[in-house]
Design a protein around this ligand. Structure first.
Ligand SMILES: NC(=O)c1ccc[n+]([C@@H]2O[C@H](COP(=O)([O-])OP(=O)(O)OC[C@H]3O[C@@H](n4cnc5c(N)ncnc54)[C@H](OP(=O)(O)O)[C@@H]3O)[C@@H](O)[C@H]2O)c1
Length: 323
C-alpha cells in the first residue's frame, strides 16, 4: 500500500479508502445489499492487513449500523491511531424538525451519535454529505469549526455539491478564520467525468484532496454491461446514475484494455483514477475478498498515456447526477 497526504493537509491516508457503505445490517436503512457483521468483519480485517488505513462511513449508512460495525472492527483488528476514520452528516436520522441537514443542532447531535456508534472520542475526517440549502453556510461552518476546536473532529471534508457552493464554503471559512474543508468526496469515475469541468480544477487550485465515491460505477466498470449481481438487482440509487446508451461503450473499452493487460477490469478502472494527480484515494466498495485484492493491486498498475486516452475516448457529456 502507498500513503499520501490528503490534499494540502498533513493527514496521511492510504491510496485506497475502504467504503464502509458495503457493511451494515441489511434490514436497517436503504441498502438491502449491504453485508451483515459476520460477513463484513473478515473483509475489513483483510483490508487492514493489506495496509488500508482510511475508512469512510456515514451516519445514514444502514441507519447507523455501518458505523457500529466500523467501530467494532477497529477495536478488534487494529489500534485507533492506526486508522483514519471518516464519517458524514446531513442525511435524515430521525423524523420531524432538525432530524437531518446541517443546522448547528443537527451537526452537534449527529457528531455525538456517530462517536457513540464508532466507540471513539474523535473522528479524523468529518464530512458534510451534501449541501443544505435551508441552513446558512455560516451556521454550518461555525458549527463544524467548533467541533474541531472541541477535539471531537480532526479535519473537515465535504461531499457532492456544485462547485460554486464548495467555493463559497471555502472562502467563507477563510474570511472567518474557521477550519476549512480539506477534502471533496464526489462522484467521479470513467462513466461520469462531469467533475472535470469545475470541481476538480477548483480542488487542485485550493489544495483539496479528492476522494471519489463509486469509483467503479457501483460495479458497472468491473463486468459486462448485461451481467447482474446480488447488489445490482437492489441498488436503486445505482440504477439512476448510469445509462446504457452512453455508458456501454466505455464499459467495453475498459474490458478491452483489461484483456490486453491480462488484469481484471476493476484494476484498470481504479488505476485510471489513481493516475489523476488531483485524486488522493478512490473510496472502493468491496463485497468479496477478491475485490480487495484488485483494489490493492491497482495502486501499482500504471497505465500508459495511450491507454488512458483510449479509456477516455468513448465518453460523452452526461447530466450531473447523484446530488
Ligand atoms: N458521498 C456520497 O454521496 C457517496 C455515495 C456513494 C458511495 N459513497 C462511498 O463510496 C464507497 C464506495 O461506493 P460504491 O460501493 O458504490 O463503490 P464502487 O467501488 O464503485 O462499487 C462497488 C461495487 O463494485 C463491485 N466491485 C468492487 N470491486 C470489484 C472487483 N474487483 N471485481 C468485480 N466487482 C467489483 C462490487 O459489486 P457487487 O457487490 O455487485 O459484486 C461492489 O459492491 C461507499 O462505501 C461509501 O463509503 C459515498
Amino acid at each position: 500500500m502507498k500513503y499520501v497526504r490528503l490534499g494540502a493537509s498533513g493527514l496521511e491516508v492510504s491510496r485506497i479508502c475502504l467504503g464502509m457503505m458495503s457493511f451494515g445490517e441489511p434490514e436497517r436503512g436503504m441498502t438491502p445489499w449491504s453485508l451483515p457483521e459476520d460477513e463484513a468483519m473478515p473483509l475489513i480485517r483483510k483490508a487492514l492487513e493489506a495496509g488500508v488505513t482510511f475508512l469512510d462511513t456515514a451516519n445514514v449508512y444502514s441507519a447507523g449500523s455501518s458505523e457500529e460495525i466500523t467501530g467494532r472492527a477497529v477495536r478488534e483488528f487494529t489500534a485507533r491511531d492506526d486508522v483514519v476514520l471518516a464519517t458524514k452528516v446531513h442525511g435524515r436520522m430521525r423524523p420531524g424538525p432538525n432530524g437531518g441537514g446541517l443546522s448547528r443542532v443537527a451537526i452537534l447531535r449527529e457528531l455525538e451519535a456517530s462517536l457513540r456508534r464508532l466507540q471513539v472520542d474523535h473522528v479524523d475526517l468529518y464530512q458534510i454529505h451534501r449541501w443544505d440549502p435551508a441552513t446558512p453556510i455560516e451556521e454550518t461552518l461555525e458549527a463544524l469549526d467548533s467541533a474541531v476546536r472541541s477535539g471531537k473532529v480532526r479535519y473537515l471534508g465535504a461531499s457532492s455539491m456544485w462547485a460554486w457552493q464548495f467555493s463559497k464554503a471555502l472562502y467563507t471559512a477563510g474570511e472567518h478564520g474557521w477550519h476549512r474543508f480539506v477534502s471533496m468526496q464526489d462522484h467521479y469515475n470513467l462513466l461520469n467525468r462531469e467533475e472535470e469541468r469545475e470541481m476538480l480544477p477548483l480542488c487542485a487550485d485550493r489544495g483539496v484532496g479528492v476522494i471519489p465515491w463509486s469509483p467503479l460505477a457501483r460495479g458497472r466498470l468491473t463486468r459486462d454491461w448485461d451481467e447482474a449481481t446480488a447488489r445490482s438487482g437492489t441498488d436503486d440509487f445505482g440504477r439512476r446514475l448510469y445509462d446504457e446508451r452512453s455508458d456501454r461503450a466505455v464499459v467495453e473499452r475498459v474490458g478491452e484494455v483489461a484483456r490486453e493487460r491480462g488484469v481484471p477490469r476493476a484494476r484498470v478502472a481504479l488505476a485510471w483514477l489513481l493516475a489523476k494527480p488531483v485524486v488522493t484515494a478512490p473510496i472502493v466498495g468491496v463485497t468479496k475478498a477478491g475485490h480487495l485484492d484488485d483494489a490493492v493491486a491497482a495502486v501499482d498498475l500504471h497505465l500508459t498515456d495511450e491507454e488512458i486516452a483510449r479509456l477516455e475516448e468513448p465518453y460523452t457529456p452526461h447530466a450531473v447526477v447523484g446530488f
